[in-house]
Design a protein around this ligand. Structure first.
Ligand SMILES: [Fe+2]
Length: 299
């Protein structure tokens, strides 16, 4: 039995274009102008995609199930969805689009899936490895403004892999606490330094859903060895970036498209002896010197 309301729905879904049109008309009522712009464009593009590839109901149901599985791999410090964003190049596209910068400022790159808020604080110069295995590494440098002035009170998050290519969030964070991860705060000279272990190349996590997508598509799942940095300071735009090891075999072909030439640096091998901070090292170690140039905060 139909009523007058049903009559208005007759044949509405006979045309793909009518479906898209009805959805667009409804979302055109979104009050916030930016959200409205985003949603209308998203709907247009995702409907066009579905029509272009003649997406089947089974394929879409599979996708929804796959995303459900992806959510189950997420936890504090591990965002499996971010790996998809990274591996599809969307993270680097948005970072590049959103950070026009003077040529002499440090280039940003993607944040990756393993940023952990409220990481442990360490004094400057401390060993942040906290039991992580690997060859000792001493890193130091300075945080500078575009004018070359030191940035005081810069808060530096640093995080990286151990010599197995794993992060703390993949192995023992809850039992052991964070390792190879720290928050450091600069003094008036803007300088930073810390000890840790040398990061190595690693593949995206082997136990999640992103690796399934990569294995079925590009076959490229490795990342070149790197340190992650997030640097925040009053008056400066937050800088999220990596420093890559020049000796890595995976600089060309990073699974997540994050490498920028200006971010490649020398992790220098050093024989046992006196380290840059005066420590007498009984075994070989590595040193890294790198200065970061921040950009002014957007007014
Ligand atoms: Fe990483």
């Amino acid at each position: 039995m139909s009523n007058s309301h049903d009559k208005g729905l007759e044949n509405r879904y006979d045309s793909l274009e009518l479906i898209t049109q009805e959805v667009l008309e409804r979302y055109a009522q979104t009050p916030d102008p930016r959200l409205r712009e985003l949603m209308l464009s998203l709907i247009k593009h995702i409907h066009s995609f579905a029509k272009e590839v003649k997406l089947t109901a089974d394929e879409w149901n599979f996708t929804m199930s796959f995303l459900e599985q992806t959510g189950k791999w997420c936890s504090p410090g591990r965002n499996e969805f971010m790996i998809f964003s990274d591996a599809l190049g969307l993270s680097m596209l948005t970072v590049t689009q959103d950070y026009p910068r003077p040529a002499h400022a440090t280039e940003p790159t993607l944040v990756g899936p393993f940023l952990l808020e409220d990481a442990p604080q360490f004094p400057m110069g401390a060993d942040i490895s906290a039991g992580a295995t690997g060859t000792p590494m001493h890193a130091q440098g300075q945080i500078l403004t575009m004018d070359g002035q030191p940035v005081a009170n810069a808060v530096i998050d640093v995080w990286h892999s151990d010599d197995r290519g794993l992060y703390d969030v993949q192995d023992g964070l809850e039992e052991r606490g964070a390792w190879a991860r720290a928050v450091l705060t600069t003094g008036g000279d803007g300088r930073f330094s810390f000890w840790s272990v040398l990061p190595v190349d690693y593949p995206v996590p082997q136990d999640g859903t992103a690796i399934q997508m990569l294995k079925a598509t590009t076959g490229r799942s490795w990342r070149p060895a790197h340190l992650h940095f997030r640097i925040r300071a009053p008056g400066q735009r937050p800088l999220i970036t990596h420093i890559f090891d020049r000796t890595s075999k995976n600089l060309d072909g990073d699974a997540v498209f994050g490498v920028r030439p200006s971010l490649i640096a020398d992790f220098k091998h050093q024989a046992s002896g006196i380290a840059p901070d005066g420590k007498d090292m009984m075994r070989d170690f590595y040193t890294l010197d790198y200065n970061f140039v921040m950009t002014d905060a957007i007014q």
